[in-house]
Structure formats: C-alpha cells, structure tokens
Write a protein that binds this ligand. Structure first.
Ligand SMILES: [Zn+2]
Ligand SMILES: [Zn+2]
Length: 397
C-alpha cells in the first residue's frame, strides 16, 4: 500500500515543514515536499487534518503495559505490551528485562524472539532487540525491583544471554565485581552499554567508560550522587554518576518525563546540559500502563515485587518512592514540550532519532527521511496520537 500524507506539519529533526506532502511507497518514506508529488493511482491519500506527522517513537527502556510485563515470559505478554505502546505512538521497542532468575530471563528472551520472528503490524511496535537491564544491579540501588533477583555478573550467565543475538542494550552497575568484563563482552556484541541501578563513583565510571560504557539509565533515579557515594566510600567526597555524565560529552542518558518522577527544572536542566542528541525520552513503563489504579507486580507475574499504581505513576509499597511510569511515549513528548525549553523537533528527536542513533538503527528508522521505514504517527494539534503506521501499514488502535 502506498500512502500520501497531506494537511500535516512534518516534524523533521531540525525543523517543522508546514503543509507538507509525505509520500510513502512499499513501506518506505519516498519524499517530504511542500508541493504535491507524483503518485500512482492506487496511492491512498491520508488527511492529517492540520495536525503533525511525526516519526514513530522509539523506546529503549520499557517493561510492559496493559497488564503484561515482558518478564512474564509468554509471547502473548510480549504482543500485549507491544500493541499497548504502539497505541501511544511507539513503533520500535526494546523489551527490557528486570531482576529475576536466569530461567525467567531466558523465558523472556525466547518469548521476544518468537514474536519478533512473526512480524505483523497487529503485533504493535517492532522489536529491535532486548534491553538486558536486570539482574546486574547494585544491592543498595535496586529500587522497586525484587532484591532476591539481583546478582553480580558472571561470564557464563551473560554469555548465554548475548548468545541469543537479541541483546542490543546491556546494563550493569559499574561497581560490581566483573562489570568491566561484562562491558567488554557487550562491546564485542556492539550493544549500547549502560550503567544503571548503581552507586558508582567517578573512578568506577571512568573504568567502565574505558571498557565501552556510554549511557546511564533514568537520570536522577536509582543512580549515585556525591552524598550516596560518600556513604559507601567515605571521604574525601567523590564524583558520582551525575558528575560523570554531565562532565563527559560522549555520555548519553535518558529521563522519565511523566511529570511525576522529575520536576520541570530537572527535565530542562538535563536537556540544556546534554542536548537533544545525548538525551532520550523513555517511558520505563510497567504493566499498569492503560490499567486502572491498583496493585500490580513489577517483573514476572509469578514472583515480581508488588507496587501500587495511583493512575498517574507507580509507587513502591508505603508510597515513599516511585516504581516507574505508567504512561506512554506520547505523554512524555507532551510533558517535555510543556516543561522545557526544547523545541518540538528537539523533543521528538529525543523520542525517536536520538535513541535510534544510540542503538545503531538510525539508518532504517527514527526520522522522516527518504529511504527510511514508513514508521510514522499522525498527531493532532495537541500532540495526541490519532493514527499509527508501521512500515507503511496502519495499525488498528
Ligand atoms: Zn530502573
Ligand atoms: Zn526500568
């Protein structure tokens, strides 16, 4: 099916194109013009009704949605979560592991592989690979995840995960014994290498950087600061992950812009300090996305840790700390636009092209550009999702 979008403002990485015509043929973007292009008789005209045409969003850190967690380990759970996120404009997704047993992580990898190999638009967002996030977290920064399911990295365990060929993003807390060997192995596999759920000091981050680590998960959440490093290592006070990321140009990071985790000044600070190429928007959404308030499990259905959703965000038991987000990427885009000095092209870049570049898939997706996949989202003037197309095929929302 060939498509011609009209009456839209096209969101390019550097600028907006008003009254654009965007032609897609055989699942690819062919041209973005301000004059009507030549199209075949069977090309379907898609009226954008004065809204925006955005590249589909890319989520590099996401646990589930609509009742399913990727750690449930069934292909139905993978489909349910990928469909839920596609309804929020995400067209490429990296299902993310959490803490759990090796058997649970292998079940997750198997179920993702099964769904990835049966590519169909009704399965929702394309799966570009797995984010191996848990289990290699620091004990004192495990956050809302089950602490029994965390451990130190051992080569036999992570080589089995890498051996599936599915892992494209690899996380380990930098201070754990064996972290540097983990990073070296992940580098050989050309993963985006990240440090998260960590209380690492600057010297530990510097050693990790040397081994290939380039990214830190959910800035300000479950990561070290000067005072948490002092509690672990004493005086003199040392630099933390925070200073290392802000002081190192090659380091990228991500924010949970749901309006509940970080106040506007922090979102804008991260944007101004790192810029739109080195800052990603992630949902970090869990299974409570699109479900009513209530108690849910984070991670596998059988033994994940309990958290509470109040309908806006997840809470750890007792409501003293947050337990990740319950909203989709469209919400993050609207919030970031409202709360920061970033322009709309910059905000959308942080939800599409920047994560695509960091994970090595920007040749195929991540922006409205001739030759790339027709993974596009029609938004209304308030940036609400109206229609979603993956590879030029519309998904029923
Ligand atoms: Zn986390
Ligand atoms: Zn997470």
């Amino acid at each position: 099916m060939n498509l011609l979008f009209t009456h839209v403002t096209a969101i390019l990485p550097q600028r907006l194109v008003e009254d654009a015509w965007v032609l897609c043929e055989k699942g690819k973007i062919v041209s973005i013009t301000t004059k009507k292009p030549k199209a075949t008789a069977e090309t379907q005209i898609v009226d954008g009704r004065g809204g925006y045409l955005s590249p589909g969003f890319i989520d590099i850190h996401v646990h589930g949605g609509n009742g399913a967690d990727f750690m449930d380990g069934t292909s139905e759970a993978v489909r349910v979560a990928c469909r839920a996120h596609a309804r929020h404009g995400t067209t490429t997704i990296f299902p993310t592991t959490t803490t759990g047993s090796p058997e649970q992580i292998h079940a997750m990898l198997d179920s993702v592989k099964a769904v990835q190999s049966e590519r169909h638009v009704e399965n929702g967002a394309r799966i570009a690979g797995v984010h191996l996030y848990g289990p290699f977290f620091a004990e004192d920064k495990v956050g809302c995840h089950s602490v029994e399911g965390r451990r130190e990295p051992t080569a036999a365990e992570y080589r089995a995960y890498f051996g599936t060929g599915l892992v494209r993003i690899a996380t380990c807390a930098a201070e754990l014994p064996g972290a540097v060997e983990f990073y070296r192995e992940a580098k050989k596999r050309r993963c985006l290498i990240t440090c998260g759920h960590s209380n690492a000091s600057w010297p530990e981050m510097a050693a990790a950087f040397k081994a290939g680590m380039r990214h830190v998960e959910h800035f300000w959440c479950a990561m070290s600061n000067v005072s948490s490093v002092r509690s672990r290592l004493g005086v003199p006070m040392r630099g933390s992950m925070l200073e290392f990321v802000l002081g190192t140009a090659e380091m990228s990071t991500e924010v949970i812009a749901d309006g509940c985790h970080l106040a506007p000044e922090l979102l804008d600070f991260a944007f101004r300090l790192k810029g739109p190429r080195k800052l990603c928007l992630v949902t970090d959404a869990n299974r409570a996305l699109d479900l009513p308030p209530g108690s849910y499990r984070f991670g596998a259905a059988e033994d994940g840790s309990w958290f509470e959703s109040d309908g806006r965000v997840g809470w750890a038991p007792g409501r003293t700390s947050l337990a990740s987000s319950i909203v989709g990427m469209d919400h993050m885009v609207r919030q970031m636009k409202r709360d920061t000095s970033a322009t709309l092209p910059e905000v959308v870049r942080m939800a599409s092209l920047s994560p695509a570049e960091l994970t090595g898939i920007a040749k195929h997706t991540g922006s409205l550009e001739a030759g790339k996949n027709a993974d596009v989202v029609l938004l209304n003037q308030k940036l609400g999702v109206r229609r979603v197309f993956i590879g030029g095929v519309e998904m029923a929302l």
